[in-house]
Every structure is written in structure tokens, then in C-alpha cells.
Write a protein that binds this ligand. Structure first.
Ligand code: DON
Length: 298
């Protein structure tokens, strides 16, 4: 590519910026207030150089993009066998907020859907999540208490999931406390640069490329990326992998990350979502990057 990288990234945003399709995530009242037009893109190379263009000052809640990082922390603390005993690694083929539990055991299908993420969160405490997420980002992250409060007012689906999990003995905690902790995990404020660096840490085998800190072991990063590959885009995971071809994770506030192992971390932010809960313009940005930069891993 002859064009300087920042100019190229700006051009990608300009070409994807015209699409006003999709809807804000109205089921969380605070997210329905977001500016739908904001659009940003960032890229973190494994030498720690970060490029960011568009609305790079936008701060938004991490939402489901927290899930692979919480999963990584749980794997690091408890080991693979103990975590897999609680949460599987198979795609559910269903929406993120379905009660997708294995018949009989009640084990959630994977850690990327809400049932799996609530279970993973029950293996951690709030301080471990705060410190761990901050290590991935390379700066102290903070919770947006208003978003947290807003989501808890309308969290009936997640409460239902948590009650089912306790009914099956998958979690021991009080279901309401389990959901409060999980929603807190989803309410950390980030920008596209944070997300690109966090994704790059997984792409770099667990070493944060800016701070140089080993945040998790290599096998943990590989396990988190593997589950992102098969389950990170929910019931659009097949479409995503065939068209973009890298491990990824989306969130309902409009964030999207992709990790290209051994190469770098990518992120996009645009709040309007498609029917799967994935950012419409974020997906377009990644499709364009993948085709121009030959990112598809196959
Ligand atoms: O639990 C929820 O519904 C939200 N806190 C997170 C969902 C989410 O981000 C799904 N991703 N696209």
C-alpha cells in the first residue's frame, strides 16, 4: 500500500461513514441516548505504535467486548479445566441474550453469550476485573455508573439467565449480585485506542505491546482468541469469519475489536447495530480493512 496509513484509515472511514442503517441499542436506556453518527477506527501494531482516526475522543461502555478479557482472566486464575467445566466452547447459533444452556447440565454453550459471561464473571471479583482490564488497556479504566444503573433497571433477561444458572448449580452466587457484577464489567468506559491495544495484547500472545507487561500467558490468549473466532460475533459468526476472517468481538454500544495473531489489534466504533447486535459501520470498516490488507487468516 503506497498511501500513508493514517490517510488510508481516514479514507476507509469516509467511505463507510455514509451508511446510516441500523438502530441504537434501545434496551439499555442510556445507550439509546448515544450520538448515532460517531465513527472511529484504531489500529495497534505489535511494536506498540497506535494509529487512530475519526471520533477518537468518543468514550463508550465496553459491553460484550469485555467478555473475552474476563474469560482470559478467569482462565489465568483457575486454569482451563476448571473454566471449561463451567462454560463450554461451542457456538450457540443463537442471539447473545438467549438462555443457551446445554440440556441436562445447564452449562452455558460459550463465554461470549450472556449466560457464559455471567458464569465467567462469577469466577472473578470486581477488583480483579478492574485491575485486569486496566492492564490489558495500559491505563486505569473506570466504570460509567450511569450506564451501569441504567442497564440494571432493564436487566430482566440477564436476571432470568442468572436464575437459570443457579437453578442448575452452575453459579452459587445470588443471581441478582451475579448480574450486578457482570453488568459492572460491561460498563467500563473505553475509546477506540484502548480497544485496539487490548485486542493487540491478545494478538501478541498476552504481552501488552505498549507497556511490555505480560498480562496473561500465551495459552490463555490463544484460548480467548479461539472462542472469539467461533463465537465472538454470535449468530453472525459464520458470515463474519468467511468475509473478514479474524477473531473478533462486538458490543452493543457499537464497539468492535479484531485481533490478527502476530500482526496487531484493530477496533472500530459506531453505535448503530444490525439485528445480531453488531455495529453496522464497524462491520463494514472491518470488511474493507480485511480485503485491502489481506487480513483473512486463511
Ligand atoms: O448483557 C447485555 O445485554 C449487555 N451488557 C452486553 C451485550 C452486548 O454487548 C452484546 N453484544 N453485541
Amino acid at each position: 500500500m503506497d498511501t500513508p496509513l493514517p490517510d488510508y484509515l481516514t479514507e476507509v472511514l469516509d467511505t463507510c461513514g455514509g451508511d446510516d442503517g441500523g438502530e441504537l441499542a434501545a434496551y439499555i436506556p442510556e445507550l439509546a441516548e448515544a450520538d448515532p453518527d460517531r465513527l472511529a477506527l484504531a489500529l495497534c501494531m505489535l511494536d506498540g505504535v497506535v494509529y487512530a482516526v475519526g471520533d477518537t475522543d468518543a468514550r463508550f461502555s465496553i459491553q460484550s467486548i469485555s467478555k473475552p478479557f474476563a474469560y482470559a482472566l478467569a482462565l489465568a486464575d483457575h486454569g482451563l479445566d476448571a473454566v471449561v467445566e463451567k462454560v463450554g466452547v461451542e457456538p450457540s447459533g443463537e442471539a447473545f441474550n438467549e438462555i443457551s444452556l446445554e440440556v441436562g447440565s445447564g452449562r452455558p454453550f460459550n463465554p461470549m453469550i450472556n449466560a457464559g459471561a455471567i458464569t465467567v464473571h462469577s469466577l472473578l471479583d470486581d477488583e480483579r476485573v478492574r485491575a485486569g482490564f486496566s492492564a490489558f488497556a495500559g491505563r486505569d479504566l473506570e466504570v460509567d455508573e450511569e450506564i451501569l444503573g441504567s442497564e440494571l433497571e432493564t436487566a430482566d433477561r440477564n436476571y432470568a439467565i442468572a436464575y437459570m444458572l443457579r437453578n442448575h448449580g452452575v453459579i452459587d452466587a445470588d443471581p441478582r449480585a451475579a448480574v450486578a457484577g457482570y453488568v459492572r464489567q460491561c460498563s467500563y468506559l473505553v475509546g477506540v485506542e484502548d480497544l485496539a491495544v487490548m485486542a493487540a495484547t491478545l494478538a501478541n500472545g498476552g504481552v501488552q505491546p505498549v507497556t511490555g507487561e505480560r498480562v496473561v500467558e500465551r495459552w490463555v490468549a490463544r484460548q480467548a482468541l479461539s472462542v472469539m473466532t467461533t463465537c465472538g460475533m454470535y449468530d453472525a459468526a459464520g458470515d463474519w469469519f468467511t468475509s473478514v476472517g479474524i477473531p473478533a468481538k462486538s458490543g452493543v454500544s457499537g464497539g468492535l475489536i479484531g485481533a490478527l495473531p502476530g500482526k496487531g489489534g484493530f477496533s472500530a466504533f459506531s453505535p448503530r447495530l444490525d439485528g445480531h447486535g453488531n455495529s453496522v459501520r464497524g462491520v463494514q470498516v472491518f470488511e474493507r480493512l480485511s480485503s485491502d490488507m489481506g487480513m483473512h487468516v486463511l
